[in-house]
Design a protein around this ligand. Structure first.
Ligand SMILES: [Zn+2]
Length: 404
């Protein structure tokens, strides 16, 4: 997914998956904007990933409390509350006070049914790191998944199982790299997931003409509104007022430094990531991963492909990493980026991809591209290296396209 394209064209599209990153500064933030965007959006199928960044109190480098988010005062900090070193294990984090159903992944993961009683819903808390457009990828990072069925077709039990397996693998890779860079990152998956289904009958509208874009890489000018529309409809279907309500209320029930929401939309399409300045909503950044990568959005041919490489690549964008596949290597210092970098994707195997120095600086893992990782290199646990797709034999033969 190309962030540079976004700056050029005002919107940007790429890759097979769509991840939405949403940082919530206030639960009231932008409610009107969401409503407007939701009303105007056409359908798109995929995945979205939103991230909310929050914390309860801040401690400065001397260990003194410098404030708290109580009373809506945002306190800048670059240190996560949870500073445990990465352990390579992807844990499970509870979503407090929700009523969940059963499903193929119970009791580990269960589908959200409704908000349950909670003694006191804590206030929304802001997370902001001064001097950075994105938060650093540090601390306890909770991943919350929203599975959006498309074309009237929900995610099947097998597909949900495969997607969770791929998510765990993505988390394990991030922790492996964090161990190598000796940074405190612990990735956990939320024990509750969300799902909805869209019919798409009236949304098959091609609004853009590829020819207009020449060599621009086919940006889809409607992508932002489409993604935000998906979020709006999904939130409504789940009983929330709007995406801000969904993300804010659930986020407050998860004990983590940072929360990444993954919206898995079951359609073919091209990845897009919308940082907060592209969404036009302060603190709200959006990236979406399609379940099958195609240049144009369409119903899927074959089963969805849950690709841990896509998950990691999109997640890296949300924490400040830029695509580097277009960059001439001649102008960057030797050894700071290669084909193996997660933002270059020059190799096909997740185990061979890495966070290289330039990307490490962008996500807050290194302070200079001259730094090199000094930690041990752990093997990735799972034997299968690729993503996990559905059961169709035809699908297994096809090599997945990667996000850009
Ligand atoms: Zn990208």
């Amino acid at each position: 997914m190309s962030r540079t394209l976004g700056r050029r064209a005002g919107t940007w599209v790429a890759g097979a998956s769509l991840a939405l990153g949403v940082g919530i500064v206030s639960s009231r933030l932008g409610a009107g904007v969401w409503a407007w965007l939701g009303a105007g959006a056409a359908g798109g199928g995929l995945w979205a990933l939103f991230a909310t960044f929050r914390r309860t109190s801040e401690v400065d480098s001397e260990g003194n409390a410098v404030g708290s988010a109580e009373g809506s005062v945002l306190v800048p900090s670059s240190a996560p509350r949870d500073n445990r070193p990465a352990d390579g294990e992807v844990g499970i984090v509870p979503v407090l006070g929700v009523i969940a159903g059963e499903g193929p992944l119970a009791p580990e993961f269960r589908p959200f049914e409704a908000l349950g009683p909670l003694a006191e819903e804590p206030p929304a808390r802001g997370f902001r790191v001064w001097g950075r457009r994105f938060p650093p990828l540090l601390g306890r990072v909770a991943i919350v998944s929203v599975f959006v069925g498309r074309d009237g077709q929900p995610w099947s039990d097998d597909e949900l199982v495969g997607a969770h397996r791929a998510l765990k693998r993505a988390g394990a890779w991030i922790e492996r790299e964090a161990i190598r860079w000796q940074v405190p990152v612990n990735v956990d998956l939320a024990d509750t997931y969300f799902s909805s289904v869209e019919e798409d009958a009236d949304r098959e509208v091609a609004i853009f003409r590829p020819d207009d874009w020449g060599g621009m890489g086919l940006p889809d000018p409607d992508a932002e509104a489409r993604i935000l529309g998906i979020l709006g409809r999904t939130a409504a279907a789940l009983g929330f007022a709007d995406p801000v309500d969904l993300i804010g209320r659930i986020g407050r029930r998860i004990e983590a430094d940072q929360i990444v929401w993954l919206l898995h939309v079951r359609r073919a399409g091209k990845s897009i990531a919308l940082p907060s300045d592209a969404t036009g909503i302060p603190g709200v950044a959006v990236a979406v991963c399609y379940a099958q990568e195609e240049d144009f959005e369409a119903p899927m041919s074959g089963p969805p492909f849950a690709d841990p490489i896509t998950f990691v690549h999109e997640l890296m964008h949300l924490f400040g990493a830029n695509d580097k596949y277009d960059q001439p290597r001649s102008h960057v210092p030797h050894g700071t980026v290669s084909e193996r970098d997660i933002m270059v994707l020059g190799v096909e195997a997740l185990s061979r991809l890495a966070v290289e120095p330039l990307t490490a600086v962008e996500i807050g893992w290194a302070s200079s591209p001259t730094e090199r990782p000094t930690g041990p290199v752990r093997p990735l646990r799972s034997a299968a290296d690729g993503g996990i797709r559905g059961t169709s034999p035809a699908g297994k033969k096809k090599r997945p396209r990667r996000p850009r």
